[in-house]
Design a binder for this molecule. Structure first.
Ligand code: SDX
Length: 433
């Protein structure tokens, strides 16, 4: 970060003022560093939801919400989606640059060496009800990994951080696939290391012991693409959760379990599941106008799920890529027209011409189409957010690693504006009315 310019804040009605450095990053808005403001003029800042608050200095992902730009370590998401693979993107996010062929082979071998789960972890699944939501299972099992890897819980040891990163990235597909198998009462499938990361997930999810599994390269490519698009996204709610948990020195498995819990919410990663439920409830194009009137009715709490974003005030670039992939997957599956996709595209067209959405700069986000492609690929809606968690684990781990390697790292501890009761004395109950 650099900067010679400053911002001066003066408290009117007092002689107090402070001069704050204005810092510039590589891309994006400048920030003014407020760290000394309270000591100088005795006031806090107030930004509920952290809409314009930079919580950290990061080199991993850049988003330009107005222009609809998303870069992973400087590379445009459109180029990575077209030319890279999820495992290569994992290396990029974790290490900062694209790998050489040898670096990639070593990285892939490292991930493949850790994709099995300790056999006792299988017992955890038996403790859940058969209809347990996969996100409940992922929260529980990922958090429980910290009970199995005492050799890599020292967050201040680079080697412990390295092996924990491998273990988390490698095991989450197995954990998610087994959650589904447990739901449907089928045997768990173990990873096969001849497959790519995405292929392995499809295999563990769809294969059954009595039959040889036939990998569909188009679906495998679509899976890999979906994972790339969901891998990281700057300081979103779940990543900020992981950073805050990690800032206390909590072990990485506990931090990622916290990220899974945060992602589950329908305003965040749970939106893809909510979009499918919304489209199913709308049911037909003729019902779109009435639905949108409900959304616009202030007394209603209906949201157009899959629309809107805290940062993107333009089209989410990931939504465009997924919409195109939808058509490719449906064509591959011989689905001439998918009523849900047709409905979604009509809903998008109407909403993008509706003043309510245009005035609020509400565009489709990554979740608007992802559910449609996942449903076409045979995933139940209950698995959609779990798939998001599988893909986002590398982003969470990369952001956690960046924070732990920052020599200036300190525990996160926001303040508040207190609007409760002024100090008052206790009144014994016998004296109360
Ligand atoms: C993800 O942060 C990330 O990067 C997240 C993510 C990632 O990769 O990690 O991109 C993944 O979470 C994508 C978002 C998925 N969520 C949804 O699709 C749920 C529907 N969207 C909304 O809940 C909402 O748009 C949010 C939560 C995504 C953003 O909320 P903000 O930034 O707090 O926006 P806001 O609530 O201040 O909205 C501004 C206005 C409000 O209207 P007014 O009060 O000004 O009249 O827009 C309205 C909101 O009511 N609005 C919507 C709407 N989203 C916002 N109205 C109808 N439908 C919507 N979807």
């Amino acid at each position: 970060m650099s900067g010679k310019r400053t911002v001066t804040v003066t408290l009117d009605g007092s002689n107090k003022s402070t001069t704050l450095p204005l810092l510039s990053g590589t891309l994006g808005p400048d920030v003014f560093d407020i760290r000394k403001m309270y000591n100088d003029i005795g006031v806090f800042t107030f930004d509920p939801g952290y809409g314009i608050t930079a919580s950290c200095d990061s080199k991993i992902t850049f988003i330009d919400g107005d222009e609809g730009v998303l870069l992973y370590r400087g590379y445009p998401i459109e180029q990575l989606a077209e030319k890279s693979t999820f495992l290569e993107v994992c290396y990029l996010l974790l290490n900062g640059d694209l790998p050489s062929p040898q670096e990639f082979r070593n990285f892939e071998a490292g991930v493949m060496r850790h994709n099995m789960l300790h056999e006792q972890i299988r017992q955890f699944y038996n403790g859940f009800r058969r209809d347990a939501h996969p996100m409940a299972v992922m929260c529980g099992v990922i958090g429980a990994l910290s009970a199995f890897y005492h050799d890599s819980l020292d967050v201040n040891d680079p080697e412990s951080r390295r092996i924990s990163a491998f273990r988390l990235i490698a095991k989450v597909p197995t954990i998610a696939a087994w959650a589904y198998k447990y739901n449907i009462g089928q045997p768990f499938m173990y990873p096969k290391n001849g497959y790519s990361y995405a292929e392995n997930f499809l295999y563990m999810f769809h294969a059954v012991p009595p039959e040889d599994y036939k990998m569909n390269p188009v679906l495998a490519r679509a899976m890999d693409l979906i994972m790339i698009l969901h891998a990281d996204h700057e300081q979103n709610a779940s990543t900020s959760t992981v950073r805050l948990a990690g800032s206390t020195g909590a072990n990485p498995f506990a931090c990622i379990a916290a990220g899974v819990a945060s992602l589950w919410g329908p305003a965040h990663g749970g939106a893809n599941e909510a979009v499918l439920k919304m489209l199913t409830e709308i049911g037909h194009v003729k019902n779109i106008p009435a639905f949108l009137e409900d959304v616009k009715d202030r007394n209603n709490h209906a949201k157009l799920m899959g629309f809107g974003h805290r940062v993107y005030k333009n089209y989410d670039p990931r939504a465009k890529i997924i919409q195109k992939a939808c058509h490719d997957v449906l064509a591959e599956l011989g689905i001439k027209d998918d009523p849900l996709l047709d409905l979604a595209m009509e809903l998008e067209k109407i909403a993008l011409n509706d003043k309510y959405f245009v005035d609020r700069k509400l565009y489709p986000n990554v979740d608007f189409y992802s559910g449609i492609i996942l449903k076409a690929m045979g995933f139940p809606t209950s698995m959609f957010t779990a798939l998001f968690a599988v893909s986002r684990t590398v982003g969470w781990v990369s952001q956690w690693k960046e924070m732990m390697e920052d020599p200036g790292q300190r525990i996160g501890r926001p303040r508040q504006i207190y609007t409760g009761a002024p100090q008052r004395d206790y009144v014994p109950i016998a004296q109360r009315a």
